[in-house]
Ligand binder design. Structure first.
Ligand SMILES: C[S@@+](CC[C@H](N)C(=O)[O-])C[C@H]1O[C@@H](n2cnc3c(N)ncnc32)[C@H](O)[C@@H]1O
Length: 256
């Protein structure tokens, strides 16, 4: 396991990361609201209801206020650098919401990945949208570094293209926009056991926890110190649980 604090583009330059089998990441979406002005607001006001179940305890996170062109270029740069540390045939899977889905699929292809599809995550919950369709799904743009060669890894035949997994409840969260570990475990089925999973926007480390729990190695990067510390604690607890069995690790619960 390797964890780094810093900007992912800078860390990749100096850390000598190599041999990645899967990039699974959840970048800042630069989303929220309907118009570019509202997207510049803090992530706290965009993604949480301050008065709901202690949601105001989370710090806002960085990098979430680009306009759509800047976001496309930023993701192109990042995805291209991430690809450079991957093995041939490695898988890349990137979370995004409906607003920046077109930007992400553009950036994905411009970065040289072979785009292979979009997986749907049905969160089972969303803000009300009276008289309109609810935006209760997020998306995972995925593909491979060149051809994914040979047979699929054991256990990953016919993976579903749609996952119904409830969002993490606010009281249980470690991060404003945390992804559920049970969902990430299912997505990681496409990566071979013992393979190396890389999350360059790891937030509170949910991908790392899922990787360790499913017997994969993990490399993670996070820019914000508070979230980095939370990730380091959660992932080391996951390692302890795997080595000692459940019940031995201290609970990496969110501070309230
Ligand atoms: C959407 S959150 C990830 C949440 C994570 N999936 C979880 O479950 O906790 C994106 C994270 O990327 C971090 N970030 C933003 N820009 C970054 C950069 N240039 N390099 C590394 N991390 C960055 C933010 O601080 C934020 O915590």
């Amino acid at each position: 396991m390797q964890l780094y604090k810093g900007d992912c583009l800078e860390v990749i330059e100096r850390a000598g990361i190599r041999g990645v089998d899967m990039v699974l990441c959840d970048p800042p979406y630069s989303s929220g609201g309907l118009f570019s002005g509202s997207r510049k607001a803090s992530t706290r006001s965009k993604y949480t209801s301050e008065d709901y179940n202690g949601a105001a305890r989370f710090q806002s996170f960085s990098g979430d206020n680009m306009d759509q062109r800047s976001f496309t270029e930023f993701m192109r740069m990042c995805l291209s650098r991430f690809r450079s540390v991957c093995r041939n045939g490695a898988i890349c899977a990137v979370f995004i919401d409906w607003r920046n889905l077109p930007a992400m699929t553009d950036a994905f292809q411009m970065a040289g990945w072979v785009w292979r599809g979009i997986v749907v995550w049905d969160k089972g919950i969303s803000r009300p949208n009276p008289d309109r369709f609810r935006n209760d799904c997020e998306y995972i743009v995925w593909g491979s570094n060149g051809e994914s060669g040979g047979k699929p890894y054991p256990g990953c035949k016919n993976l579903p293209g749609c996952y119904h997994v409830k969002s993490v409840s606010t009281g249980q969260k470690h991060h404003q926009t945390e992804k559920p570990v049970p969902l990430l475990r299912k997505i990681l089925a496409i990566c071979k056991e013992g393979g190396t999973v890389f999350d360059p926007f790891m937030g509170s480390g949910s991908t790392g926890v899922a990787a360790i729990e499913t017997g994969r190695d993990f490399i993670g990067i996070e820019l914000d110190s508070g979230y980095y510390d939370s990730a380091a604690l959660r992932i080391s607890n996951a390692i302890r649980r795997r080595v000692n069995g459940p019940g031995k690790a201290q609970q990496g619960k969110a501070k309230r």
